[in-house]
Ligand binder design. Sequence first.
Ligand code: PRP
Ligand code: URA
Length: 213
Amino acid sequence: MKQFDNVMIFNHPLINHKIAILRDKRTSMKEFRELIEEITTLMTFECLKEGVPTVDVEVETPLEVCTQRMVKDNAIAVVPILRAGLGMVNGVHVLFPTARVGHIGMYRDEETLEPKEYYCKLPEGIEDKLVLVLDPMLATGGSACDAITSLKKRGCKNIKFMAIIGAPEGVSKVAQTHPDVMVYVSTLDRCLNENGYILPGLGDAGDRLLGTK
Ligand code: PRP
Ligand code: URA
């Protein structure tokens, strides 16, 4: 895959360890959910290193008054792409519990693999926040691209996208379509199969997370 300035692939030993368990078809729904959250937390730590609106505040320690940088009030929103992105929300909240939550509902047409938006509800003032778009799977990239376009149409300017497993096709598509959006992916897989599933992947993330199959 071509290198992109706006893509970060983690390839971190601790995350890779958790992804190995996540991929395993014998992993239970409970463990799958916990792993998605844990990996998201580890990714969020890095993802929030830059681009977070901050403010300097005065703090009185027991010894003196100092100036300390903090995250601005009400400055971060997470937007999971339904359904599987829901599993990542708590992973961000563990680190930043006041992040507001919006939802974008997208499903892929099973024949064409084209994404269709069926729901969108966003927090007030989202256009001024750092928006973290969450989806564990970045396959063709259609859902991520359309979700980001939809957020831009609603005024969002500071957007990052986080996926746990990416296919080269999807990562390239989002990076090229939205060069202003930083794309964070835990691990880059080999390719897509004829049904648009990531190989080796982990199967259908929504079904494994929610027990629908
Ligand atoms: C999955 C996944 C992504 C999308 C990725 O959702 O959670 O949203 O597919 O594929 P793409 O990159 O080719 O668009 P799906 O459409 O299966 O919906 P679900 O989460 O409701 O199961
Ligand atoms: N969506 C999934 O849940 N899994 C894939 O492999 C591709 C899209």
